[in-house]
Design a protein around this ligand. Structure first.
Ligand SMILES: Nc1ccn([C@@H]2O[C@H](COP(=O)(O)OP(=O)(O)OP(=O)(O)O)[C@@H](O)[C@H]2O)c(=O)n1
Ligand SMILES: C[C@](O)(CO)[C@H](O)COP(=O)(O)O
Length: 224
């Protein structure tokens, strides 16, 4: 099945505070975006990638990904992640009209192993309409009130943290975005809202989202 990946990379990276858009921040000489796209390429399962870049950085992003030119299309992203994914999806439908599987993968999850990409694609190919990579929660979880006082300790046995790439039958993601009246923190959340089934595969610690300077330090020390 033909697989296309959307890479939302249009965020400003306010929490990282690097002074440039987060996707363009280098780790050991290679940007987060380049690493994320290379991981998709190296999975051997993705035919094309559509990157949503910061609107004023499209030429810089195209230059950054020049070595993968035949594999990558760059479009301007939007104000929220959901807007960026919607814009990338429209471009993907234009450039890969026969795509049946679509992945959505944060540029910020630059160190995701290609094996996770393959596992997500395989699950969709085997019939799952929507698939997310997940990890169990390691910490005890407490629910607090508005004052910060603990109300209860939550049973964590069925809680999972969610990573990307998230994989979808393309018709399902299209329907979810057509129905979305609101922003969501992940794409599978939109599928849940239309009553769609979302399955899981094991995620990977290396697929952490680079959000803060601490995450970047971990990436530089351990992952690069
Ligand atoms: N308008 C936006 C906002 C976010 N993203 C992308 O969505 C992914 C996850 O977002 P996050 O890690 O929160 O990135 P930022 O929004 O850049 O972070 P911050 O909130 O610290 O500014 C990132 O690859 C980011 O580039 C996007 O494409 N378009
Ligand atoms: C999509 C995501 O990476 C899954 O964990 C996450 O929800 C993105 O959230 P953010 O608030 O845009 O960082």
């Amino acid at each position: 099945m033909s697989v296309v990946a959307l890479v939302p990379a249009a965020g400003r990276g306010v929490r990282l505070g690097a002074g440039v858009p987060k996707a363009l921040v280098p780790v050991a000489g290679e940007s987060l975006l380049s690493r994320a796209v290379r991981g998709l390429h190296d999975s051997g399962r993705v035919r094309h990638v559509v990157v949503a870049a910061p609107a004023d950085e499209v030429p810089a992003v195209e230059a950054e990904l020049a070595s993968l030119r035949s594999f990558v299309h760059v479009v301007p992203g939007g104000a929220e992640r959901t807007d960026s994914v919607r814009l990338a999806l429209a471009e993907a439908e234009r450039v890969v009209p026969d795509a049946r599987v679509v992945l959505v993968h944060d540029a910020a999850r630059a160190f995701t192993p290609p094996s996770v990409v393959r596992d997500v694609v395989r699950a969709v190919e085997e019939g799952a309409p929507a698939v997310v990579p997940v990890l169990p929660v390691a910490d005890t979880i407490k629910q607090v009130d508005e004052a910060g006082d603990v109300e209860t300790t939550v049973d964590r046995s069925r809680l999972r943290t969610v990573q990307t790439p998230q994989g979808f039958a393309i018709d399902v993601l299209r329907q979810a975005y057509a129905a979305a009246g609101d922003i969501a923190t992940d794409d599978a959340g939109l599928v849940e809202r239309i009553g769609g089934k979302v399955s899981t595969v094991p995620g990977h610690p290396h697929a952490l989202k680079i959000t803060t300077a601490f995450d970047l330090a971990i990436a530089e020390a351990v992952l690069a």
